[in-house]
Write a protein that binds this ligand. Structure first.
Ligand code: ADP
Length: 254
């Protein structure tokens, strides 16, 4: 019926519209599939700590175990983990929806690097690794969001601290063409070659039980990579089992 009212010359136009409608529908289906997958993954991640908490509460209620400071501590730990997960998941879902506000400005990162090294040094054990900053005293400015860059570095340094028991954790910077590279180099447990391609995938952890125990959620690197890409940069990882890992990323020079 529509054809009757349309001049014949418009039929190719109509076909083009139809084709672009189909493309749009297909890409919406992709978005919907990714959304379903994300919700499935989130549900799975949330279920574990919830099951632990419920287990303790039921055993307490049935008198199978006795209330003790230790039980309360474990309950508090699992609830804290749930809280972290929910916070991380919120960031992740924003990142996946492409909604993470970024405020790009011309910034000198040197003061941030100094304060992070100081902050993380305080967390290190007496006989643990040492923290170092290898960065020229006059660092060229970059075009970046300073808060997001801090978030990225807190994540990389947090991982380095978590997976390094001896040696050193170093922040190193250098420039190359129009880029400022920032590397977090550790002498920790390292990552197996077959695991390396997966480290930036959401919820991926080298060792579920070990990393869960150390408080890992497997979300940090996914968000960090997204934040770096939103600022026009890229992140790479190099690692050797038992030797250590280097996570390096660049930001555009101002
Ligand atoms: P998590 O919250 O579990 O640390 P990430 O996304 O930050 O989540 O890291 C994903 C996984 O990559 C970690 O669980 C760990 O197995 C591995 N990983 C990340 N950083 C390091 C590191 N510096 N040394 C060794 N393994 C690491």
């Amino acid at each position: 019926q529509m054809d009757a009212r349309l001049p014949l010359s418009n039929i190719p136009e109509l076909n083009r519209l139809g084709a672009s409608f189909n493309r749009m529908a297909a890409s919406l289906e992709g978005v919907e599939a990714r959304r379903r997958e994300l919700i499935g993954d989130m549900t799975h991640e949330l279920r574990t700590p919830l099951t632990v908490v419920r287990g303790y509460l039921e055993e307490l209620a049935d008198g199978e175990i006795e209330a003790s400071p230790e039980i309360y501590r474990r309950l508090a730990k699992e609830t804290k983990r749930l809280e972290r997960l929910v916070n991380d998941l919120q960031e992740l879902s924003k990142a996946e929806a492409g909604y993470l506000p970024i405020k790009i400005q011309r910034v000198n990162l040197r003061p941030l690097l100094e304060s992070l090294v100081e902050k993380f040094s305080d967390q290190l054990l007496e006989d643990g690794p040492v923290m170092r900053l290898e960065c020229p005293s006059v660092l060229p400015s970059v075009l970046a969001d300073i808060d997001r860059t801090e978030q990225i570095l807190v994540n990389l340094l947090g991982n380095a601290v978590r997976y390094t028991t001896k040696g050193s954790i170093t922040i190193r910077t250098w420039t190359e063409a129009s880029k400022l590279w920032i590397a977090v180099v550790d002498t920790g447990i390292g990552i197996a070659p077959e695991s390396l391609p997966h480290v930036f995938e959401r919820f991926w952890r080298a060792d579920r039980s070990r990393d869960r125990h150390s408080g890992g959620t497997g979300i940090g690197l996914t968000i960090s990579r997204r934040l770096i890409e939103l600022q026009g940069g890229q992140i790479h990882v190099e690692s050797k089992l038992g030797v250590g890992s280097t996570f390096k990323f660049f930001l555009p020079l101002a």
